[in-house]
Design a protein around this ligand. Sequence first.
Ligand SMILES: *[C@@H]1O[C@H](CO)[C@@H](O)[C@H](O)[C@H]1NC(C)=O
Length: 650
Amino acid sequence: MGQIAIFLLHTHLLLGVGSSLVIQSMPWRVPCPHQCVCQIKPWYSPQSVYREAPTVDCNDLLLIQLPTSLPQETQTLRLQSNLISSVDQSELQGLVNLTELDLSHNSFTSTRNLRITDLPALLSLHMEENQLRHLPEAAFFGLPSLQELYLNHNRLRSISPGAFKGLDKLLRLHLNSNRLVVIDRRWFHALPQLEVLMIGGNPVDTIQDLNFKPLSSLRSLVLAGMGLREISERALEGLQNLESISFYDNHLIKVPKEALQKLPGLKFLDLNKNPIQLVQRGDFRNMLHLKELGLNNMEELISIEHSAMENLPELTKLEITNNPRLSYIHPQAFQKLSSMESLMLNSNALSALHSQTVRSLPSLQEISLHTNPIRCDCLIRWVGADNDKPVRFIEPQSTFCSEPPELKARRVKEVSFREMADSCLPLIAPSTFPSYTEVKHGDNVALHCRALAEPEPSIYWVIPQGVRLTPSSSYGRYQVLTEGTLEIFGVTAEEAGFYTCVAQNLVGADTRSLTLQVEGGDLVRARTQKTEDSFEVQDVKERTKEVSMPDSLPDLTPAVLLAVSALLLLFAARACHGGASFGWKDHMLELEKPHTTILTQEAKAFIASPIPVKYLNQQDPDKVLSDGRGKDGRNTSPGQDARRLTKEAC
Ligand SMILES: *[C@@H]1O[C@H](CO)[C@@H](O)[C@H](O)[C@H]1NC(C)=O
């Protein structure tokens, strides 16, 4: 809702409606209708022209008709929240200067009871919150000067093609929160000067091609809360002067990039609260006047991909907040955003923001990162770097580290540069990765896996058949895309099973697994549905209950320990049980069983990948600590990570 408020604020700014002036009402000494209040009050026209308007306030008086003997000089007549169901021209006779009439929140059921034939000075008519069901032809014929018409929060199901005939001066039309199921282009032929159209909150699921074509003067369009699933390429064609558009709270599953390309003057774009999963390469490209973009409150959003935003030379503010699954912003997500000053990324699931991302924004002044699970030992090195120009943190007092444990609850800003590592382990965020997914037979499935790390990790998948799939390889119905998404085309019962994603760089690897259930297929055994988690202490603890402990330990290399989180258990076992030697081969037998436990799949996944030689043959975790860390990684070496887990797991 906050987003809508902000959006409307933009709209106001666009129209230059100033409202910060506080001007007192003045007495107006006239015979005033019974119970009403007559005062001279400040008033702004829809085009922001200021007036001191003789005003009669008769709101909330249980009136069933207009009061008699209204003063002739009345310019503003407020009758909201009464029980009026009809008005006749004769009741307004002589009010030659009436500019605003407020009949909102009354009992009108039809505009036929609005028998106004001639109010030449009326600029603003409020009919919101009545019970209008239909607008007939020329429903507002006697109002040739009308600039502003409020019909929101009625029960409008249908509007005749020529309903707005005679309103050729209209600037703002509010049709939001009605029961319209289609938008008819013919309505707009009568409104050549319209600048603002609010039509959200109607159960419209499709915008037809050229739906708004006649509205070449339109500057602001609000399509919020409508149930829109997609926007076709030509849906917004003709809106040559549109500056602001809101798709807040619809059902869009991807950015309507082709349609947006038809809006050459767009400055403000609100896509908040849509079920978009990925912001993809080219989604926002060459929008030369875009100033502010909002991608907030998206339950499904998990990733901002490479070149998602490219060549937006006037973009100054980007808001990507309150997206509970958003854990990945590609280091090169932003390209040629030369004016970007303000980057809002708070309240997501981001563990870090890559320094490359920050450096790609030459005008960046402020950044908001609070309420994210930030890993302070890693990838956040730009924070304290001296050679870069300073970027201001918004709410630095509440921007905390959540990892590693020794930095937990420290303020990100206060972590010294020395405490951060040059390189770090990949991390597949738990929020992006469900442990269980059910799909319908025949569906196309996309399983997304993204990991932040330095150096950039490579990603591969291990599918139930035990095959390891790397990006750009394909196998049967499977394909892995460069970004890390596994696609399955036309899924059948055969594809049900256990899938593991491995993200790996030279520091180590992270793995996560999920069970894919195909509707109608056999249930995959429950024990494979356990959530796989990475290097989280509590998760390791949980697993110790679920997986039986071996009596002794295989001959593991530290790299194995680092790479495969579940194997930390075995390490834990050694720490707990004293650790006699144990043949790796003995364990392999168990590992050979097809997708029975998480451990099996993970180990397989690991075995399929090469181990950097320098990590081999080191058994002592303390050795890892001294040899395997990055040069700045005093507190952050993966070896220590493993050691910590070991201790905790006992
Ligand atoms: C209407 O407004 C005009 C111009 O401000 C003014 O001269 C005229 O007296 C007003 N008429 C009435 C009835 O108040």
